[in-house]
Design a protein around this ligand. Structure first.
Ligand code: MLT
Ligand code: MN
Ligand code: ZN
Length: 330
């Protein structure tokens, strides 16, 4: 955003009340879980329906969000396998000179391939800054021969360590402040499938939520796209946020097992379901952030259909189902 942008607005008492501040802009590049919507090898009612235009639902790419609070520096949350089309889909992420990028840094919330594979696609002789926990960094870099493509020259990737529970200034690639702070919080999750048996499933660093704060106006985005259980720390991670983006992978526990796709429950896959008396929608009824969105939505989830009873339940409680291209200003 430029300082003269007419769409800029004062939103909330700012710390410096005499000055208008640029809002934090949050753009959803991809809102689907791993596999996307439709998924290449799936002809479930949703996937076939969206492919053939038979249902009231939009296709979605795999989860990724970008945000900015200043004049043109963007931070990416997760590097999805769809990163090429996601960057092309949003003009502010395009280069403004040859071989440059406004993307200042990339956050990895865990080591799942739907969050990391896109890094390997950014190998065109460009320096990258990646924020991740030590555990996620090791899981991606160690013993991974493909990572050598991001080691073609010295300092191709600069890793910045996310420490749990510590709020710190979020820095642009060149080290200047971005107008934002970030805090990583441990969230119950699971190790990536390809690292099962190699990393401890109890390691609190394998899956994090992120809280971003715009320190000009104090507004907060709480981003928890993979939540295996709703604990006190999960609820605390959401409290006081102006916008919440939360794990919307599955509606029900048996969503994959009932149709015979995979004999695992949603909880077993470390994605707490949205629906039902114990679901996140019910358990988070005290979270009253003005914007509350479900993201990382699996293609089997009935709430993807805009006219489904499940979608009505979500919207009746003030939650939204994220879709690609949504933009939120905080
Ligand atoms: C997940 O969200 O649980 C993962 O994306 C699953 C996977 O890597 O296949
Ligand atoms: Mn995933
Ligand atoms: Zn499907």
């Amino acid at each position: 955003m430029s300082r003269s942008n007419p769409r800029r607005r004062r939103s909330r008492p700012s710390l410096n009340s005499n000055e208008l501040v640029d809002p934090m802009i949050v753009r959803i590049l991809g809102s689907a879980a791993g596999g996307g919507f439709p998924q290449w090898n799936c002809a479930c009612d949703n996937c076939r329906g969206v492919r053939e235009g038979l249902i009231n639902a939009s296709p979605r790419t795999q989860e990724s969000v970008c945000l900015s609070a200043d004049d043109g520096g963007w931070f990416l949350i997760n590097a999805s396998p769809d990163i090429h089309s996601q960057i092309e889909s949003f003009g502010p992420l395009h280069p403004r000179g040859s071989r440059t990028s406004p993307i200042q840094a990339i956050f990895l919330t865990n080591g799942d391939l739907d969050h990391c594979l896109g890094l390997l696609s950014l190998r065109e002789n460009h320096c990258l800054v990646v924020y991740a926990t030590e555990s996620v960094r090791r899981g991606f870099t160690e013993g991974n021969v493909l990572y050598r493509t991001l080691q073609r020259f010295a300092n191709q990737v600069t890793w910045r360590t996310l420490k749990l529970g510590v709020e710190e200034p979020l820095l642009r690639a060149d080290g200047r402040p971005s107008g934002l702070t970030v805090k990583a919080i441990a969230v119950p999750g699971k190790s990536p499938i390809h690292l099962e048996g190699l990393v401890s499933p109890g390691d609190p660093e394998i899956n994090v939520g992120l809280r971003f704060r715009q320190y000009g106006n104090g507004r907060v985005l709480a981003y928890l796209s993979a939540v295996g259980r709703i604990t006190l720390s999960v609820v605390e991670g959401l409290e006081g946020a102006d916008c919440v983006m939360f794990d919307g992978t599955f509606w029900s526990s048996d969503e994959l097992s009932a149709p015979g796709f995979l004999q695992k429950t949603a909880e077993g896959l470390a994605h707490w379901p949205v629906g039902g008396p114990e679901g996140s929608l019910a358990k988070l009824s005290k979270i009253t952030a003005p914007r509350r969105l479900f993201i990382h939505i699996n293609n089997t989830n009935p709430m993807l259909r805009e006219d489904s009873p499940e979608r009505m339940i979500v919207e009746a409680t003030g939650w939204e189902v994220a879709r690609d291209g949504m933009e939120i200003r905080l």
